[in-house]
Unconditional design. Structure first.
Length: 223
């Protein structure tokens, strides 16, 4: 069964010149956690932020979970740096590590929750072997690297497949979706089995964060 719904704004679409205030604002507006996209201009063709920014958000006073999405290759040293910088969840791509099981164990050994991220072209079956190492399975519904892309429709089939895999396992693994999630499609995404929703541009481009987060949660819950 899906767990309680979590809305995780991706600060990739926030105003980076006032990042602390943007996090405060979305959390006050009802968001459950902050999604931090870490890109290295190598695994993905874009460059964002490192562990100093995660630490800065903690120092600023963000106490909500920080959901760190690592699009970085190789990944192990960056896992250590983000665990030390206050990450709550750390999610990694299987293509970005030579030893997936070892990297996932490292995340939990450092006291964080471990996530596995599947790109649109990566089959759900990749998760099967390592399910017992996971707290979260993230289905990318766009190709990683940029905010504001369109939701890839076949992601709904992947979410259904991932939901069945998690339910059959009996494990308490969150099913997260990332990319192109909006007010108009979040109910389809929730119906396909997601319980954790990364939303970037649809929140930060909206004039009223509380209104859009409320509408997202309401639509996701109506399933
Ligand atoms: C893409 C990132 C996403 C992205 C989501 O690589 O992982 O978190 O920022 O943004 P939207 O919701 O605008 O697709
Ligand atoms: Zn992300």
């Amino acid at each position: 069964m899906a767990q309680e719904i979590l809305i995780a704004p991706s600060v990739l679409s926030a105003n980076f010149a006032r990042l602390g205030a943007e996090c405060d604002d979305v959390l006050l507006a009802g968001a459950d956690m902050i999604h931090l996209d870490v890109m290295d201009n190598h695994y993905v063709p874009n460059l964002t932020v490192g562990p100093m920014v995660c630490q800065a958000l903690r120092d600023h006073g963000v106490t909500a979970p920080i959901d760190v999405h690592l699009m970085v290759e190789p990944v192990d040293a960056t896992i250590e740096a983000f665990a030390a910088a206050g990450a709550s969840f750390i999610s990694i791509h299987p293509e970005a590590t030579r030893h997936l099981d070892r990297s996932l164990q490292l995340i939990r050994d450092l006291g964080c929750k471990a996530g596995l991220v599947l790109n649109p072209g990566t089959p759900v079956s990749v998760a099967r072997q390592v399910l017992s190492r996971l707290d979260l399975l993230l289905i990318m519904s766009v190709n990683p690297g940029f905010g504001g892309q369109a939701f890839i429709p076949y992601s709904l089939d992947k979410l259904r497949e991932a939901r069945a895999l998690i339910d059959d396992s009996g494990l308490a693994i969150r099913l997260e979706v990332d990319g192109g999630v909006k007010v108009h499609n979040i109910s389809d995404v929730a119906r396909a089995g997601a319980d954790t929703f990364v939303v970037g541009s649809a929140i930060f481009n909206a004039p009223d964060y509380q209104e859009v987060i409320g509408r997202l949660r309401e639509s996701a819950q109506q399933v």
